[in-house]
Ligand binder design. Structure first.
Ligand code: C2E
Ligand code: MG
Ligand code: MG
Ligand code: MG
Length: 288
């Protein structure tokens, strides 16, 4: 989109044209380099999983973390997941990378356990991973190798996955029958409607940050979020609110009955070692 946007800028003369086409060329080159480097990112140990604490509203304690992948490219340094995940999806490297992430999360959870912290983890899973016939076996093996139970893992998928057909539906159901929890990420940004939630094989919904950031400004968003939470509860779903940055959002979502809260107001994503120290500190969000 960024590439096209550059051409939508009014082209006033030769110099601008060359500027835009240089920028386009650079962006195409960058993508090509990044895609190539993603193929060797695991072997070169360029990946690291960070963890964002998720607060359980009732207990006012951290029971869960979301695993968020970090990558440092040899050429460009730290790259945002919103840039590199789509590139990894475009050349299939997300399959190996996603497998590595899941294994790393299991190792880290097991080490948290060894240090007396009982935590669950939510892991983002791409559609392409769900299409792999061996996914279930791989996940079960990683869980077992690290002495965990599938119940400790929540698989985050986006609405587009749910909407894209029966094969995904079946594979999610299968994962769920084996004890993995399924979480619907970025709820409200895609095409699914509340009424679909009833038949989807889902345990958790995560209300997207775009709703949360609006909630303090507009009464109607308020009402919408309230309705989403109520309906989800009626369907037996657990509700997580993402992107809580302000105390006022924290208070409002807590009052509206959101079961879990996640966002910079509670904590940014941290390295695994940072999670240990965050949870051993005396913070308001900590009863461990
Ligand atoms: P997501 O799964 O919706 O993750 C939440 C994103 O919001 C994370 O961005 C997190 O750092 C950010 N965030 C959390 N709290 C706040 C807040 O209070 N304010 C703001 N402005 N942002 C907040 P991040 O780490 O850059 O990841 C972006 C996206 O990349 C993720 O969105 C997810 O879709 C994808 N992603 C990250 N790691 C993985 C992975 O291991 N596998 C796959 N397939 N996708 C991943
Ligand atoms: Mg997520
Ligand atoms: Mg999200
Ligand atoms: Mg997302």
């Amino acid at each position: 989109q960024a590439d096209l946007a550059m051409f939508h800028v009014k082209e006033t003369g030769r110099n601008n044209f060359f500027q835009y086409s240089d920028a386009l060329e650079e962006s195409v080159r960058r993508k090509k380099v990044l895609r190539q480097q993603l193929l060797t990112a695991i072997d070169n140990q360029e990946l690291e999983v960070h963890y964002q604490p998720i607060l359980s509203t009732e207990a006012l304690g951290i029971r869960k973390v979301e695993a968020l992948l970090r990558w440092s490219s040899p050429t460009y340094g730290a790259i945002s997941p919103s840039e590199f995940i789509p590139l990894a999806e475009s050349n299939g490297s997300i399959v190996n990378i996603g497998r590595w992430v899941f294994q790393q999360v299991c190792r880290d959870l097991s080490s948290f356990n060894d240090q007396g912290l009982s935590l669950r983890a939510a892991v983002n899973i791409s559609a392409m991973q769900l299409m792999q016939p061996h996914l279930l076996n791989e996940l079960l093996e990683a869980v077992k190798d690290n002495g965990l139970s599938p119940y400790s893992l929540e698989l985050e998928i986006t609405e587009s996955v749910l909407m894209s057909g029966d094969s995904f539906f079946t594979s999610l159901q299968n994962l769920r029958e084996h004890g993995f929890r399924i979480s619907l990420d970025d709820f409200g940004t895609g095409f699914s409607s509340l009424s679909y939630l009833r038949r989807f094989p889902v345990d958790v919904i995560k209300i997207d940050r775009s709703f949360i950031s609006e909630i303090t400004h507009s009464q109607s968003d308020d009402t919408l979020v309230k309705a989403i939470i109520e309906l989800s509860h009626n369907l037996g779903l657990l509700v997580v609110s993402e992107g809580i940055e302000l105390k006022i959002q924290f208070d409002m979502l807590r009052n509206l009955g959101s079961d879990e809260l996640q966002g910079y107001y509670i904590s940014k994503p941290l390295k695994a070692s940072g999670i240990i120290s965050f949870l051993s500190q005396d913070t308001p969000f900590n009863d461990n």
